[in-house]
Design a protein. Structure first.
Length: 319
């Protein structure tokens, strides 16, 4: 199979039929073998009924339905697990991503040998204040932090080699950083393509300003995971050692000061009355806690189990 189109969605009943027709037209005109995997992330409208109808009419339409809303990252994870195409295309269901871009994205993966190609909505039809400016700031911070030089991390239209999606774990709200996850997994040939951005035709956006706040928090998380995810003791151990050194120096200062005063026959004070005693005590306790955090992190890393992060209620046309 050439292409799997993976589409997470939430309450997009108005756009699904039109999107499906558009994708099928593109696939047939380029003679691709394909499948379309819709992941219904707990919709409360008629989205699943429409997917059922489409799958009964077209066996290449597959469906995954979550019991409730678990988030876009979990929807993508479920779609990636079921995708069978040599190239996986992800896109949003709101018709703002243009299926006409799929053939060129496919060629960039197959012919130019990219591991991943991310869309760049250079010209956008969103609000400048609520989306464009925060998005530019977010993308700048993501580039500086991750080292992945993309202009639009948030673009839902992306293409992947099959081996990429089968070897990355998309969890939490990390769908924004799939290129970073891919880079960390060893897939370093990441490209970018300017794509058309369509004005939203139906409904309202499911994302508010809070997604940028969450995005920056996730950026800190992925920076930490990229640097120390495999060896948390490298961070916590280094910080713990620094705290211990400060504590030992403070304790040494107390001891030397006391010996000097005794040698000079000067009156001494109780150790507990010296503020350096509490500095030494606090830093040693913090150092111990940091070491323990590092040890616990290493133990968890070695014993973690891949527990389900979402629950599927039913599927369509899937094994």
């Amino acid at each position: 199979m050439n292409i799997s189109v993976v589409i997470p969605l939430l309450n997009e009943e108005e756009s699904l039929v039109e999107l499906h027709k558009w994708i099928v037209t593109v696939m047939k005109s380029h003679h691709f073998s394909y499948e379309v995997v819709f992941i219904d992330d707990g919709s409360t409208d008629r989205s699943w009924e429409i997917i059922e109808k489409l799958s009964s009419e077209n066996p290449e339409v597959k469906g995954i339905r979550f019991l409730t809303n678990f988030g876009k990252s979990q929807a993508l994870h479920a779609g990636f697990a079921k995708a069978e195409g040599d190239v996986i295309i992800t896109m949003d269901a709101d018709l703002q991503d243009n299926p006409e871009e799929i053939p060129e994205l496919y060629d960039m993966i197959v012919k130019q040998k990219f591991d991943l190609v991310s869309g760049w909505k250079k010209k956008r039809y969103d609000s400048v204040v609520s989306k464009n400016l925060p998005s530019k700031l977010f993308n700048w911070a993501a580039r500086k932090t991750s080292g992945v030089q993309l202009n639009d991390f948030n673009c839902g239209l992306k293409a992947y080699k099959k081996v990429v999606v089968k070897n990355i774990e998309v969890s939490g709200e990390m769908h924004r950083y799939i290129p970073v996850l891919a880079k960390n997994a060893g897939f370093g040939k990441i490209g970018e393509k300017v794509v058309k951005h369509q004005a939203r035709k139906y409904g309202e956006t499911k994302f508010g300003m809070d997604r940028f706040i969450n995005g920056f928090l996730d950026l800190i998380t992925i920076w930490f995971l990229s640097r120390f995810g495999k060896r948390p003791m490298h961070l916590f151990g280094a910080l713990g050692s620094m705290m211990f050194i400060i504590g030992f120096l403070a304790a040494g200062f107390i001891g030397i000061n006391k010996l000097i005063r005794l040698y000079n026959h000067k009156p001494t004070v109780l150790v507990t009355e010296n503020p350096w005693f509490y500095i030494a005590l606090a830093t040693m306790i913090i150092g111990t806690q940091l070491f323990l955090a590092g040890f616990l992190g290493e133990i968890i890393l070695r014993t973690k189990s891949n527990e389900g992060r979402y629950k599927i209620s039913e599927t369509l046309n899937l094994q």
